[in-house]
Design a protein around this ligand. Structure first.
Ligand SMILES: [Zn+2]
Length: 403
């Protein structure tokens, strides 16, 4: 459905593209093409709505332009737009049941309080759900509407946060949020599988070797065998488990930060640009591409963007605020004297100021976090509109303003 819509959108001349026109075409297609009509009308509408929202996100600079979705790499999800179809019932302390259109009654694990039965009223109710599939199975996410009192302003202090190389999150007050896992291996490379325990790591290695062995028998363009596919699935499951642990840690940490501090300041990092700049151009190829992209992978894995998103809504929920400051040089500048002196950074972990009048020494990530907070205190925080201008332009989309 998504790919059909994208096809239609890209074939339509620019001046004629609109949501209502797409909707009309969809309705027409449902009358004329059998297999369109089989799909529930609401499901088709939900895809159209999601597709149009994807374009809105792109135009507002929040995301890349929508593209075709591949069967393998895409997260599969099905929307259930109406809450009353679900008929949710709690059957056990840990299990609930819900009606899924075209599927029937299914059990799901009851993990949070839901406004169901007597708890439901006009203000607090379930307005829909979404089924999402990952390597570990199907998950159900409920859309809940609820009334909450506006939070009182947070009385907590200010803090700057740096997404460190050695510390996952370094705070300007000298604390840090650690997950007890080395972000880098002793040889300096990023540990991709740090969220897995030694047994799981060994299993992953074994599975990867098995997959490589089976791939070696495959002739070009041959479909992967069922056994190979099964090995791939097992690898995916281990990776999904690692991701789940990482997200859990992020949730706990960001909740903790939002509870403790009233004003949180972070760097405005554009990760995609950093990966690109390491590679360089054809005329001027980048230096140390492998090391830098290893660093970038590590940053990517810390999923800084996700942390910031979580902090944004969690600080708001606790009555605090999140501010972003421009990133350049926060890791190079000394946080005690404010100068950038060449050669100041001793290693990835230690910062020693080479300014003869200063000589401050400390953890490199704390130094950056202190700089981040200082930038905010001197009034250099980016206002959201300025932050938007930083976002890179997606491929194939012309800038709105003339060059
Ligand atoms: Zn200094």
């Amino acid at each position: 459905m998504w790919n059909q819509l994208h096809d239609l959108w890209t074939m339509t001349p620019k001046c004629q593209r609109s949501l209502s026109r797409m909707d009309q075409t969809l309705r027409q297609a449902r009358k004329e093409i059998d297999w369109y009509a089989v799909l529930p009308a609401q499901a088709a509408q939900a895809v159209l709505k999601t597709y149009f929202q994807a374009w809105k996100n792109c135009w507002d600079g929040r995301a890349d332009a929508p593209t075709f979705k591949a069967r393998i790499r895409t997260v599969m999800s099905v929307d259930i737009p109406q809450g009353r179809d679900l008929q949710i019932k709690r059957v056990h302390r840990r299990w609930g049941m819900a009606n899924i259109p075209k599927v029937g009654r299914v059990r799901f694990r009851w993990t949070r309080d839901l406004p169901v039965g007597k708890a439901a009223n006009k203000e607090n109710r379930i307005t829909g759900a979404r089924l999402v599939k990952d390597a570990l199975g199907w998950h159900i996410a409920f859309r809940v509407q609820s009334l909450e009192p506006r939070p009182a302003p947070h009385g907590g202090g200010e803090v700057g946060i740096d997404a460190g190389v050695n510390l996952p999150l370094a705070l300007s007050d000298g604390n840090h949020q650690n997950h007890g896992r080395p972000p880098r291996l002793p040889d300096g490379t990023a540990d991709r599988d740090k969220w897995l325990n030694p047994d799981e790591k060994a299993k992953l290695l074994r599975l990867e070797q098995r997959a490589a062995h089976r791939t070696s028998f495959r002739r070009p363009k041959e479909r992967s065998s069922n056994r190979l596919q099964k090995t791939y699935d097992q690898i995916k499951q281990l990776r999904a488990r690692a991701t789940r642990r990482a997200v859990d840690w992020q949730h706990q940490t960001t909740t903790n930060l939002a509870r403790t501090y009233g004003t949180v300041v972070v760097e405005q990092l554009t990760i995609t640009n950093m990966v690109k700049s390491a590679r360089g151009t054809i005329e001027e190829p980048g230096k140390n591409v492998a090391q830098k992209s290893g660093l970038n992978r590590s940053i990517n894995q810390e999923a800084w963007g996700r942390t910031v998103t979580m902090l944004t809504y969690k600080t708001a929920r606790h009555g605090g605020t999140l501010h972003k400051v421009p990133a350049p040089n926060t890791s190079l500048r000394c946080s005690a004297c404010g100068f950038i002196t060449p050669g100041s950074r001793e290693s990835q972990a230690v910062f020693v100021c080479k300014n003869p009048d200063c000589g401050w020494e400390g953890n490199a990530d704390h130094n950056a976090a202190r700089n981040v907070l200082h930038l905010y205190r001197t009034g250099l925080a980016l206002v959201p509109a300025a932050g938007r201008a930083v976002v890179r332009r997606p491929r194939g989309v012309k800038p709105a303003a003339a060059r």
